[in-house]
Design a binder for this molecule. Structure first.
Ligand code: LLP
Length: 419
């Protein structure tokens, strides 16, 4: 469900008009709904009520402390991919024993920090990583809980840039090497083999590939038990797709969770899931303002004050985000390419959008709560936007807009560095 709705010609999030948010906090700015985040997380948790489980929110989707804090209060776990994300989770009140650490390139320092914090599990992606983890744990006199991320070689049927479960992908350990990798893990003195995991891609709208991956993982788990390497949990990653456009149907969270719960009932495994986008994607929007309307060789451009620096998904993945005026006003409607001020032809937020807008009008770029702010950059020396959390009738700034001075505060000219 999208957290943004139109009522009496205005866009609202919970009890707050988005025009008011743009006026108070400036443009562009990211805005999120607490109620939408909580309700998406609960959809997972409720559907798994009868199954031993842990929902580990994928921090990479949106790592603002306010988002993490809301989830920590619900009792969420967290899936991290860096020492930076671990620090954020702890700063937001997340419990280390509910943290799992994914990613192909964990550094020694990051491993040390995670062991010191006492995280629940490392999702290991290669044999050399097993050896490093064993060595670092040994050095600290600890044992590291591990799960191996296996690559089930299943086509997630999503955009190739966000598909991760196919052979030839950098992620995970190939299915046919998995048992040998588990033998290695079991032989290393400072590792505790506790689970198995996979993640086949993101924005998956079809349940079939997820079910296929589940079968392959369960088959491996069975083979491990026979080998005398029993595991305790199965982690199916994230990847559940959300509705970006009307003709799309989101993957039903409740349906997927109930299907998994039914399938693993009786196996004795507990379940871990790592959803990111499904929790925050439709809980957020990027607010922007029309700067100019430009007519060029019959093509109309709406040049707005947000860009690929703030939201790179359309440029990077040809992703489609809804774009709507904050208020329905009496303007002539036309088809626009909505573009930003950045000096790149790829700086497009949407093409061929029918919009009734004029310069100065506010617009919302919808479904921008996941992989929006976290992937933003300062390209063209653009300060990152403010972030705002709506909670009922109030809106709270949870990160201020960056200042231009802060962008180069640590830099020096050679002359300055010499003095
Ligand atoms: N677990 C692992 C190991 C992952 O690699 C990911 C996402 C997730 C969980 C969470 O997946 P989700 O539930 O959000 O689909 N920047 C891209 C998406 C990249 C996803 C990377 N991995 C985008 O904007 O579409």
């Amino acid at each position: 469900m999208n957290a943004v709705r139109r009522q009496d010609g205005e866009l609202w999030m919970e009890g707050v008009r988005l025009t008011e948010v743009a006026e108070r906090f400036g443009s562009p700015c990211y805005v999120y709904s607490r109620a939408a985040i909580e309700s998406a997380w609960r959809a997972f948790d409720d559907a798994l009520a009868g199954t031993e489980h842990l929902i580990c929110y994928a921090v990479k989707a949106n790592s603002n402390l306010a988002v993490l804090g809301i989830l920590a209060r619900l009792g969420s776990g967290f899936d991290i991919v860096s020492g930076g994300e671990l620090a954020r989770v702890l700063a937001a009140g997340g419990r280390p024993e509910r943290v799992i650490f994914s990613g192909v390139g964990k550094g020694e320092e990051e491993i040390r920090a995670a062991l010191a914090a006492g995280i629940r599990c490392f999702n290991v992606e290669s044999e050399p990583e097993l050896e490093r983890l064993d060595a670092v744990a040994g050095g600290l006199g600890r044992r590291a809980p591990v799960s191996l991320r296996v690559n089930p070689d299943v086509d997630a049927r999503t955009h190739p840039y966000i598909s991760t479960g196919l052979k030839g992908n950098k992620f995970g350990i190939a299915h046919d090497r998995a048992l040998a990798a588990y033998d290695l893990a079991a032989s290393l003195p400072n590792l505790d083999v506790t689970g198995i995991d996979c993640h086949i891609g993101s924005q998956i709208l079809d349940m079939a590939p997820l079910e296929e991956a589940l079968e392959r993982v369960l088959e491996l788990a069975g083979a491990l038990a026979v080998r005398g390497i029993p595991i305790r949990h199965v982690d199916l990653g994230g990847g559940l797709g959300i509705r970006y456009r009307e003709e799309e149907e989101a993957l039903d969270i409740g349906r997927w969770c109930r299907a998994v719960a039914a399938r693993i009932a009786g196996t004795g495994f507990s379940l871990v899931l790592e959803p990111g986008r499904a929790i925050v994607g439709n809980a957020g929007a990027l607010l922007s303002r029309v700067e100019y309307l430009k007519l060029d060789k019959g093509k109309r451009f709406a040049i707005v004050d947000a860009s690929m620096s703030e939201l790179i998904r359309p440029a990077l993945y040809e992703a489609w985000h809804g774009i709507e005026p904050l208020a329905t006003l009496d303007r002539p409607a036309a088809d626009y390419d909505v573009v930003g001020p950045v000096c790149e032809s790829a700086d497009v937020l949407g093409t061929g959008r029918r919009l009734a807008i004029a310069p100065g009008d506010g617009i919302a770029i919808l479904s921008a709560g996941a992989y929006g702010m976290v992937m933003s950059s300062n390209y063209n020396s653009r300060p990152r936007p403010a972030e705002v959390m709506v909670d009922g009738a109030r809106s709270v700034q949870v990160r201020p807009r960056e200042t231009v001075a802060a962008l180069y505060a640590g830099e020096r000219t050679l002359d300055q560095a010499a003095t």
